[in-house]
Ligand binder design. Structure first.
Ligand code: FMN
Length: 204
């Protein structure tokens, strides 16, 4: 029997619900460590990592969701190679989760539309850069037009921002769970094939 501070975990089946709980807590709660996972894509044969905000999670659909500017390199990387990984770490619980799966970029469909409705007005400004993200600039700049840089975000054109908005939806098929403990670490792997799940403890 393995004991956590609050949740004793003795069976493989207990691992997943404890992970789902943390992921649900992470969505929309900026104080939660799972709010800021790391998403990895492949740029050819070079892995690219970056922090993103977790915008959605569903254990039923096995999806992890984040938002981005459609002009960012990660979008073309996913279009070229949809295999991605996600990394989460909870520094108080000492739990690391690693996911891998297949990602899709949504721009003009219902998924993108419903996610756009959830983006606060103050955050929509992030999609207003005139210069596409990642391009070189002569000086430090947000890339926002002058009139937006110095004024309130109420003035900007939502239609333009919406055009630059994209949603990355990843359906994961693997999860690696690692729980660091002073008395001996503990690790388990999960692999989904269609609706079947293979799970096993592994040596950390
Ligand atoms: C705390 C934090 C949260 C971030 N959240 C996002 C996000 O949700 N979406 C996003 O596209 N970039 C986000 N970024 C910026 C990315 O890490 C990255 O710099 C940017 O998206 C460009 O990535 P790319 O060039 O690999 O596409 C965040 C950065 C930090 C530090």
């Amino acid at each position: 029997m393995i004991f956590g501070k609050k949740q004793p975990i003795s069976k493989l089946e207990d691992v997943l619900p404890s992970c789902w709980k943390l992921l649900h807590q992470g969505v929309g709660n900026f104080r939660h460590p799972f709010y800021r996972p790391v998403l990895t894509t492949m740029d050819g044969n070079k892995p690219e990592v970056r922090t993103v905000i977790l915008r959605g999670f569903s254990e039923t659909d096995r999806t992890l969701i984040c938002h981005c500017d459609v002009r960012t390199p990660k979008v073309s990387q996913i279009r070229d190679n949809p295999r991605v990984s996600w990394l989460f770490y909870h520094p108080e619980k000492w739990i690391q989760l690693r996911f891998s799966g297949t990602a899709w970029v949504h721009t003009d469909d219902e998924t993108a539309g419903s996610q756009w409705k959830k983006v606060r007005q103050t955050s929509r400004i992030n999609y207003c850069a005139e210069i596409p993200p990642g391009l070189p600039a002569e000086k430090p700049t947000s890339g926002l037009p002058d009139f937006l840089r110095d004024t309130t975000s109420k003035l900007f054109d939502n239609t333009k921002a919406r055009k630059n908005f994209a949603v990355i939806v990843c359906r994961f098929d693997e999860m690696d769970w690692l729980w660091l403990k002073l008395t001996g670490h503990c690790r388990a792997k999960f692999h989904w094939e269609d609706h079947r799940i293979n799970a096993s403890w592994v040596i950390p």
